[in-house]
Design a protein around this ligand. Sequence first.
Ligand SMILES: Cc1cc2nc3c(=O)[nH]c(=O)nc-3n(C[C@H](O)[C@H](O)[C@H](O)COP(=O)(O)O)c2cc1C
Length: 501
Amino acid sequence: MQNHEIEAAWHYHNGTKHPNGMLLNRFHVYHPSHRPTPYKIYKNVSQIDIPLDKTPIGISALDAISTEYIDSNITPDLDALGRILYFSSGITKKIKFQGLGEMDFRAASCTGALYHIEIYLVCSDIAGLDAGVYHFDPKHMKLDTIRLGDFRKCVSHSTTEESFTSQAPAILIFTDVFARNSIKYQSREYRHAFWDSGTILANTLAITSAHKIPSKIITGFVDSQMCQLLGLDISKEAPIAIVPLGQTGQNMPICPPMEEINIDAVSSDYEIEYPEINAMHESSCLLTETEVKSWRHQITLERKQPTRLIPLGKNITVQESLENTIIRRGSTRKFSLESITFDQLSTILNHTTSKINTDFTSAESLSDIYIIVNAVDGLESGSYYFVKEKNSLEQLRKGNFRHASGNLGLDQDLPYDASVTIFFMVNLDKILEQFGNRGYRVAQLDAAITGGKMYLASYALGLGATGLTFYDDLVTNFFSPHAENKETMFLIAIGKKEKST
Ligand SMILES: Cc1cc2nc3c(=O)[nH]c(=O)nc-3n(C[C@H](O)[C@H](O)[C@H](O)COP(=O)(O)O)c2cc1C
């Protein structure tokens, strides 16, 4: 199917709903001992060491996640690229598990710790690195050389010379290795492609901002051209997002000939395919530059007039560096039932919901934010809608909804125990109408980037957080009539960590 045939996105979305989506097998089991190797391994390429300096450069996490330097002319050198890659997707901790051995954990959260998102770099000659196409190997902090030469023009071309991409000395390309995550989550994996890219991108945006390097998230490109450049088998690994870094003010040279590359690489040692993932991916591909051009436009969303507004509280200032926050971040495994403060919740909302520089919206996030308040000092328990443009919360219902919160988050303890659960919802019909099936990718990614920022903001404030999955239609029912016709894209729970964990 093609991008405009949006029944493909609805088929996938409805079919992968919890609990009974028809594309999910209720009896599927996954045991962590079957976890695929969470790294793409190249066997016959030369590698380049990436320098790594984890020293904080003096920007607080809250400032880094809420500021963008679009007009700065700072360009990244290899040292800066090393830090951008490490604080996006590097190994930040190792934990031993009985029977499973030691596991590497990364800078950003990832469903099931399956780490199915890979990052590639396409660059001109920059200080410390020759022009080329590289793959980031987080295990050894190296770059695998895929092509030598300046291939940026091929990326820019695939975005139809998107203005930011066309001036960038370095460009990151995020891809998703389906099988590494579908082993646990089956066809729902394709949602995770964007959730887990989004949490990484939140880190990428924050660390590039800490370095005052301009960046943008590009989602409109000719998919097949990126696969050819990176040598990907699209049935197994797919490009998700492009992130140009820095602005040179100079035109790019024409692309060298795109020769067939002879790479021996294993992207996953688990290979079973879920055709629904491939079908959803293919039907949201943009096939030609003409299609990309007509696809890229800015969306405007209508929002209901709010009533019963409660202005947000004060912003809290904390100086913890972005780098230390990322290194300390982890998903909270047990929340205490304690309250957070209204000022903490306000600070999180204020610092994470500012506009992101993307090619799909000039407005703030596409998502609407709904909140269940279980325990927040200074704010009555109940359900709320965040009215970004008025910097306020609209109370929808008051009451103790801990049971509902636990239930909506797949009957887990985490959303029951947390102080708040925050749901990102969109009117999917409207988004698909404007963007076709690719709107599904964009809506998921947009929510996950803000969710990833919320992870960082919570940790910067000394709180805990975790992403969660959810019972789709129950969330819509719970927040209706306000959320009628809206679908949930992402869920995060925030609270205080239980001391013993
Ligand atoms: C979108 C998203 C959904 C998640 N869903 C759940 C969940 O339903 N239950 C859970 O216990 N953890 C969940 N997690 C947390 C992951 O298991 C965790 O990120 C992963 O184990 C890596 O650990 P770390 O975040 O501590 O680095 C989720 C994480 C993300 C990003």
